[in-house]
Design a protein around this ligand. Sequence first.
Ligand code: ADP
Ligand code: MG
Length: 183
Amino acid sequence: METVFIGFGSNVGDRVDLCDRAVTLLSLLPHSRLMGVSLLYETEPVRGETDPGDGWFLNGVVQIETDITPQSLLAILQEIERSLGRDEENRSGPRTIDLDILFYGERVIKEPGLTIPHPRLHGRRFVLMPLNELDPLWIHPMLKQSVDQLLREVKDPAQVQLLFPQPSTRYGSRPACSAPPGS
Ligand code: ADP
Ligand code: MG
């Protein structure tokens, strides 16, 4: 079993419900164990090459242990994205749910269609904050810095705040979240 961190985000529709469904589906993966789920963070949409729309994102991170290969896991995440509905008329626009493999153990993978660690994670406050909640001492296998070091140094200007109040989960059971930062 390897430790894997999966980032999730949603900025359209019932975002809490979509994140909750995604986490629940991830908790049901075969050959896997859900180890932790971050709190939900609310994030200003970032405009890059694509325009995700005006809706603020909800973001979080799930930690699992799994025997599923990285390639199979990516295929499963894409299947979950499809099952949770994508706006067919506006594929590159607002996202019902986006699932990214952030870290897969200490592996470094560069294949067409699959890059691990996720190439943009260290520049994104909305990824580093929930990661830092789950495992601040986790080391980025290429940058050789811990998640909390990366978070202290990130320049991302986008605002990220804890969603308040935190929703209760409606589907399946979630392992206890870690305590909110500062509590
Ligand atoms: P983004 O997540 O950058 O907003 P997409 O979800 O549309 O954009 O990106 C999808 C593509 O990214 C997929 O086709 C997938 O093959 C590729 N990809 C590369 N590395 C990863 C990874 N670590 N996790 C998820 N998708 C990845
Ligand atoms: Mg993605």
